[in-house]
Design a protein around this ligand. Structure first.
Ligand SMILES: Nc1ncnc2c1ncn2[C@@H]1O[C@H](COP(=O)(O)OP(=O)(O)OP(=O)(O)O)[C@@H](O)[C@H]1O
Ligand SMILES: [Mg+2]
Length: 272
C-alpha cells in the first residue's frame, strides 16, 4: 500500500510574488513525470487565481468557486492537463464563497491522487486559512530578504496558533549574495527546516513566456534539478543526480532547442 496516498501539500506565503504558484506547478510536474505520481493541483488563490494562466487553460465552465458556493460537485471541477497532472482552476470573480469548506470538499478526491498540491493566496484571512486547514503538510515560501522573512515568521506564528505545523521552508529567488539572509539564519529565526533553496534564474521567466513549468522547459538546468531533489524529499523517493556529461549535454540540448523554437517576434530577448 502506498502510505502517501492522498497527501495534501499546501504551499503558502503571506506575500505576493514570492513564487508559490511557480513552486506548486514545478513540483506537480516533477512528481507526476519523474516520480510517476498521480497529482492534482488546486488553485486556492481565490481572489487572484493564476494556475489556469500558467497552464494556458482559461474560461472553465466549472471552477473551485462553483464548488465552494455549493453549485457543483468537486469532481466536476477537475480538469486534465497534458503536462501529466490534473488541476482545479478558480474563477477571477468576487463571488461570496465558503473558503473553509475546502478541506471537506477535497476529502472526496483524496483517494484518487497520491498528491494534492494547494497553491494559496497571500491574503491573510480565510483565503490563506483554507490552505492551512486543508493541508496534511505545509510549506512556506520565502525569499532571503527581511520583509519577506518577517511575513514568513508571521505565517509560522499563525499556523502554530491554529495548531498547524509548517513542515518546511522553501527559499526561492536566492542569489547567493552576502547581504541575503542565510539558510541557517532562516532556520534559527523560524524554527522550521529549509527543505530547498532555489536560485533566482531568468529561465523561470523564459518558461513563463512558453506557458510551461521550468522543469519541462529546461529540465537539466540547476533550478530544475533543485526541484527534482525537493520532490524526491517530499515523496520519499530516491534522487539520482545525473552525471556531469548528461547534465551538460541535456542543458545544451534544452538551450539549443529553446533557442531554435523561440519566437523572436514576441519581443523577448533570448540572447543579448
Ligand atoms: N526562482 C525564481 N527565479 C526567478 N524568477 C522566479 C523564480 N520563482 C518564481 N519566479 C518568477 O516570479 C514571479 C512571481 O512568481 P509566482 O507567480 O509563482 O509568485 P506567487 O507567490 O504565486 O505570487 P502571488 O502571490 O501573486 O500568487 C513569476 O514571474 C515567476 O516566473
Ligand atoms: Mg500565485
Amino acid at each position: 500500500m502506498d502510505l502517501n496516498k492522498g497527501k495534501v501539500l499546501g504551499v503558502i506565503g503571506i506575500k505576493g510574488g514570492v513564487g508559490k504558484t511557480t513552486i506548486v506547478l514545478n513540483l506537480a510536474s516533477v512528481l507526476a513525470n519523474d516520480y510517476g505520481k498521480k497529482v492534482l493541483v488546486v488553485d486556492a488563490n481565490f481572489s487572484s487565481p493564476h494556475i489556469g494562466l500558467h497552464l494556458g487553460s482559461v474560461n472553465h465552465k466549472t471552477t473551485l468557486h462553483d464548488v465552494l458556493s455549493d453549485k457543483a460537485h468537486i469532481k466536476h471541477a477537475v480538469h486534465e492537463h497534458d503536462f501529466g497532472f490534473d488541476f482545479i482552476p478558480a474563477s477571477l470573480d468576487t463571488r461570496n464563497i465558503k473558503h473553509l469548506k475546502l478541506k471537506n470538499k477535497l476529502a472526496d478526491l483524496k483517494n484518487n491522487y497520491d498528491y494534492i498540491l494547494l497553491d494559496s493566496s497571500p491574503v491573510l484571512n480565510d483565503e490563506i486559512l483554507a490552505t492551512m486547514m486543508s493541508s496534511d503538510e505545509l510549506y512556506a515560501v520565502s525569499s532571503p530578504d527581511l520583509p519577506t522573512l518577517s511575513t514568513t515568521l508571521r505565517a509560522v506564528k499563525l499556523a502554530k496558533e491554529r495548531g498547524v505545523q509548517i513542515n518546511g521552508l522553501i527559499l526561492n529567488k536566492v542569489r547567493g549574495r552576502k547581504y541575503e539572509i542565510t539558510k541557517a539564519e532562516m532556520e534559527k529565526l523560524s524554527g522550521v527546516p529549509v527543505v530547498a533553496s532555489i536560485k533566482d534564474n531568468v529561465k523561470f521567466l523564459e518558461a513563463l513566456s512558453k506557458v510551461k513549468p521550468l522543469v519541462m522547459h529546461s529540465p537539466y538546468s540547476a533550478p530544475a534539478l533543485e526541484y527534482k531533489k525537493l520532490a524526491a524529499l517530499l515523496s520519499n523517493e530516491p534522487y539520482k543526480e545525473p552525471n556531469l556529461f548528461k547534465k551538460a549535454y541535456g542543458f545544451l540540448k534544452d538551450d539549443f532547442h529553446n533557442f531554435l523554437n523561440h519566437d523572436f517576434r514576441k519581443g523577448l530577448k533570448y540572447y543579448k
